[in-house]
Write a protein that binds this ligand. Sequence first.
Ligand code: IPE
Ligand code: IPE
Ligand code: MG
Length: 239
Amino acid sequence: MAAEKKASVLPQHVGIIMDGNGRWAKKRLLPRSAGHRAGAQNFRTITRYCSRVGIKYLTFYAFSTENWSRPAEEVGGLMHLFKDYLEEALRDFMDENIRVRFIGDMGGFSEDLQALMRRVEKESAGKTGMVLNLAMNYGGRAELSRAARLFAEDVQAGRRAPGDMDEELLPQYLYTAGQPDLDLLIRPSGEQRLSNFLLWQCAYAEFVFFDILWPDFRPQDLDKALEIYASRQRRFGGV
Ligand code: IPE
Ligand code: IPE
Ligand code: MG
């Protein structure tokens, strides 16, 4: 059904905050790691679905700069999961013509994981379908401070003048440079907050929240979010 939507009502850029894995596991008396595994599986399903529906840019929040504060065992488990999933799932995405990019500070991860991320980016660089951004060790504030730092370096090197900075230039220093702003933000799990996700890019995004835990979020729920999005009137400050 959603596949038949007109391009005009289909969001170009969708962001998803994958949340609720821990509560999903708790409800089943399972360890949190089982919730993360189920969440990772669902990430694969929903990514493939978004690509088929015709979404051009999809950004998933997978690990925030704040998530390092979780118990070492949980963080360690997530790192293992990232490695397994990057190997497997991203190979499928290649078959689907998906270009994968990582947004966040990759330097925070182990050397093997960084090497794997670079490989995935390199191998999918020529793909012409959906762009899939994986936000890992990502924080909106960290991204904006990094942009300020990069601009300051350009000024210091004489490549830019302070007066060059404006709303057109700043996004060129973000991880998402060259990509459109977010149109639709989806957060399952019942929480209704950004949690430091894409602060700049969400300026005029439409928010759709679900009382569903991420591992239970189905393609039909994505259709529902697309329908809600299509029914919204976006005004961008106008009338
Ligand atoms: C999201 O699920 C996954 C990550 C943040 C890595 P949570 O682990 O936050 O699940 P809840 O919110 O505790 O249920
Ligand atoms: C946001 O979820 C981060 C990711 C989904 C990667 P959190 O579970 O970390 O957010 P809070 O702590 O509820 O705000
Ligand atoms: Mg959470």
